[in-house]
Design a binder for this molecule. Structure first.
Ligand SMILES: NC(=O)C1=CN([C@@H]2O[C@H](COP(=O)(O)OP(=O)(O)OC[C@H]3O[C@@H](n4cnc5c(N)ncnc54)[C@H](O)[C@@H]3O)[C@@H](O)[C@H]2O)C=CC1
Ligand SMILES: O=C(O)[C@H](O)CS(=O)(=O)O
Length: 476
């Protein structure tokens, strides 16, 4: 069982923890009991956090020290894996094994960031090749953007924070972090761990509270140089507009598709699709939401997928055997219930699932769904998947691309020619052959096209986003 908490946490500003009168209560998503209270930042707190970041940035923090701090923090994350996993179980409702996995991935993200801190480099530029520049020499170097505002979502609240804070610090920036209100405690523990690892005061500041207010205040503060955001497309667009000419990196939604061709290993495809459609109750932006199966193997695949889905153990996230926990809130489960009911009214068939119990929504497979239905077209961010047949390779690719989004897609096939064609023609940031769109390891480039956002994560790539290229020319 996850620990009951009683304490209130504060804001981290310039190395000091500050309590506030107003607080936000985080609830245990399974028991609905009060779990922990987090501080609610005012505009003045946010401005002070940005100022602390500006001041910290003026003090030296060389790459080898960044390496040492991030490496140490990665070790401390693993030392505290059980405690941090329990926090994720409580505040997200994420099953304990998956929660432990998230902590391990968060540690890797920090460790990779640590390593990348030592290899931020520029290039020699042969300016002397131009007539009149014979006596010049030039090179580029990457310099930190300055103050990075990081805004993160509820679903993977530790690792997705590490994906922003790790590279930003590795690159030599200062950070003001605004974690999702429903799951902010893991981010606060991460900040404490970074302090314990020796992070200089003010390099990381944490402001909790209202997303829309803090987001607006951060955008209005001209000392912020860059925004890195993971969350919904609506908020992403708003942020992009408010940021003006400043840098913005956006990891937004997706209605991820997988294609199962007739030459694929159907059992394996069904097994991994069941896992990646429903893990974290489908609240993963690369969760499998649409599956297109070649018509000749369609019936067999649907049957396999049904069997694999019905094996999933739904229940108390603190129990080792549980694979699927509750959604983040009951109204989110109600939203999924409405979407499924609407699809059924429009002609869809429920193969398994289709039931809600409080914040739990049963892993649900729908067939006979038109591509224009909400369950296909919009991002569900819940435990539902739609499965439909296709005839030709061209049709499969066309239907995958018939989406406003383009984060990742998966293609199961043993045909090299089809895999190559898919890699050329499917419009996504990442195409995964013989696995689901839900495949991610933390050092790979990760980010979408179309409404799925702009910019890449993965420490090496995020560092590129979080630094500027500066040219230096010597006139000798
Ligand atoms: N591409 C990716 O890597 C991922 C994308 N997501 C997307 O995130 C969404 C679900 O996460 P949520 O936390 O519900 O998203 P959200 O967009 O509601 O919130 C994300 C963060 O933005 C803050 N926020 C809310 N309103 C804001 C505003 N007006 N200005 C600035 N910040 C604001 C929230 O407090 C939170 O910290 C889904 O659409 C999902 O696809 C989630 C995880 C990963
Ligand atoms: O953003 C998500 O929902 C994730 O990036 C997926 S993962 O990093 O947890 O695999």
């Amino acid at each position: 069982m996850a620990k009951m908490m009683t304490s209130s946490t504060g804001l981290l500003i310039g190395g000091e923890w500050k309590q506030t009168e107003d607080v936000v209560t985080i609830y245990n998503k399974y028991t609905q009991a009060e779990y922990v209270k987090t501080a609610k930042a005012s505009r003045q707190d946010v401005d002070e956090a940005v100022q602390a970041a500006v001041q910290a940035k003026k003090k030296p923090f060389p790459p080898y020290e960044r390496y040492q701090v991030l490496k140490k923090a990665a070790e401390l994350l693993m030392k505290n894996q059980q405690e941090l996993a329990e926090i994720l179980v409580a505040e997200v409702g994420k099953p304990v094994n998956e929660s432990k996995g998230e902590v391990a991935r968060a540690a890797q993200t920090l460790e990779i960031s640590a390593e990348e801190a030592k290899r931020i480099q520029g290039d020699g530029v042969p300016v002397e090749a131009a007539p009149g520049s014979e006596n010049r020499q030039a090179y580029t170097k990457r310099v930190p953007v300055g103050v990075v505002a990081a805004i993160t979502p509820f679903n993977v609240p530790l690792n997705l924070v590490c994906h922003k804070v790790g590279p930003a610090l590795a690159a030599g920036n200062s950070v003001v972090l605004k974690p999702a209100s429903a799951t902010a405690y893991s981010a606060i523990r991460l900040a404490e761990i970074l302090e314990e690892a020796g992070l200089p005061a003010g390099r990381l500041n944490v402001v909790t509270g209202s997303g829309s207010k803090i987001g607006t205040w951060l955008c209005e503060n001209q000392d912020v140089n860059m925004y890195t955001f993971t969350g919904s497309p609506e908020v992403g667009r708003e942020l992009q507009e408010k940021a003006g000419l400043r840098k913005v990196a956006l990891e937004l939604g997706n209605n991820s598709a997988a294609v199962v061709h007739d030459d694929a290993d159907l059992k394996t495809a069904a097994q991994v699709c069941a896992q990646k459609s429903f893990n974290n109750a489908g609240q993963v932006c690369i969760s499998v939401q649409r599956i297109y199966v070649q018509e000749t193997v369609y019936e067999t695949f649907v049957e396999n997928l049904k069997q694999e889905t019905e094996k999933l153990k739904v229940g108390d996230p603190s129990k080792k055997e549980t694979q699927i926990g509750p959604m983040i809130a009951e109204d989110e489960a109600e939203r999924i219930e409405e979407w499924v009911e609407e699809a059924v009214r429009e002609g869809a068939e429920v193969i398994t699932g289709g039931k809600r119990n409080g914040a739990f929504y049963a892993p649900t497979i729908l067939t006979k769904t038109g591509d224009e239905m909400k369950v296909s077209k919009e991002e569900a961010f819940g435990p539902i998947v739609v499965v439909n047949p296709y005839s030709t390779e061209e049709e499969a690719i066309l239907r995958v691309n018939d989406s406003d989004y383009g984060l990742q897609a998966g293609v199961f096939t043993n045909s090299l020619a089809f895999a190559m064609k898919a890699s050329e023609e499917i419009e996504v940031g990442g195409l995964i052959v013989n696995d689901t769109p839900g495949y991610r390891v933390d050092h790979m480039p990760y980010g979408g096209v179309k409404k799925s956002g702009s910019g890449k994560e993965g420490p090496q790539y995020a560092i590129e986003e979080m630094t500027e290229e500066r040219l230096v020319v010597f006139n000798l």
